[in-house]
Write a protein that binds this ligand. Sequence first.
Ligand code: EPU
Length: 454
Amino acid sequence: MINSIIVIESEEILAEKFKIIGGESLKGEVSIGGAKNAVLKLIAATILVKGSTKIYNVPRLTDVEIMLNVISDLGASCIYDKEEKSVIINASNISSITAKYELVSKMRASFIILGALMSRCREAIVALPGGCAIGERRVDFHIKGLEALGAKIKIENGYVHAKASKLVGTDIYLDIPSVGATENLMLASVTAEGSTRIQNAAQEPEIVDLANFLNALGADITGAGTSEIVINGVKQENLHPIEYTTIPDRIEAGSYMAAVVATRGKAIIKNVYPAHLTFFNDKLIKMGASIKLVEPTTIEVSCKNRLNSINFVTQPYPGFPTDLQAIAMTLLTTANGVGIITESLYENRFMQVPDLRRMGADIHQDRNHAIVKGVKNLTGATVAASDLRAGAALVIAGLMASGETIVEKLHHIDRGYEEFEHKLTALGAKITRFDDNENNSLPNSNVMNIRGIL
Ligand code: EPU
């Protein structure tokens, strides 16, 4: 069954807030959805192939909506089924090679369309995403890598114009194991002549998922999940449509684990790949949490006592994920002792700090280091999400705090957490979404507004 899509005007989205009454221990069961940072790239990759490709385990998120709009703008048809959480994409006819600033500026991840378009059309015009709240987030490795494959690149009027009569495989060394650059170059190399070797490649599970997806389409990629990925070029006509299921979202899973631990609760978390969270699990256990494997994709998380402080440094996978840094900081705010956090991936990813301080946290920040001295408890306050993960961290802080917390700017949170308040409510949290104008609670959390498919 194909469901129609809910359309909520953007002004209304901006006015939405969470009201949280803290102090409840989370208990029960929660199921994790498909990985946002994998599915966005799979959607882009569907344009390599003619015919209908179906992807399952596609979360209903605004970022997914944006990526579907990017490819429908290029001529692909997209049908999202909200009950089945699947999307069918047919990119048989690509009528445009331009990804507009209006879309790319809303979500940096849409820059991934550059590599996909080069693989399919040998030409692409893609808006440069620019910086974002958490850092400068350059795309120089993407560009240099494409040039090494033989593309001529011009940067004009805020757009990257890439063109190649043919792409030829080569060795590419990345200065930093960039997730996006690894993915963009993997996509571009799928139909290049000969072999491409990406050295110092990112090793995130989402890279492996993209490689598995591309191989299922007919690509020839080995080494994904290690620091060296080899892509043997195949002919585009050998690629064929498939059905594929996205991996679970490790950051969503880590967020619920933290929420349970933060509230000294006990819950079953389903549809999680524990191996994707080894480093984070290890840190939670050192803090005093208990994590038991119930089934291969089900864990039980619990915590009875006040947490102990820990130190950690964010690193590329398999190190401590930067996307869980703000949430882990929230846990440290009331832990016993002092914890030191070093953020090594982004220049500006401590934006949760001023709001956590407003809730009573004792945090000293010096450039990319934060020293968190555990206090007895947090108190509710009005705070605002500054980005997706900082927003989730503030929600968890609200669950821990005494009294009422209002979290504003939910549009950041809706980018990456599907039905956040519904899942938390099912675990016993007191959290409601309301609209500032009406002060009414709202039934629906996420938004999907995909042009051209209604
Ligand atoms: N970098 C460069 N030049 C480049 C590419 C990256 O200097 O050409 C730098 C960036 O500025 C950054 C670092 O390298 O400081 C790492 O960036 P990377 O390219 O690895 O990140 P990304 O692909 O832009 C993805 C996730 C992020 C996640 C990072 C790191 C998606 C859509 N986004 O971003 O997720 O933080 O990898 O793991 O996959 C999130 O979900 O909240 C989120 C921000």
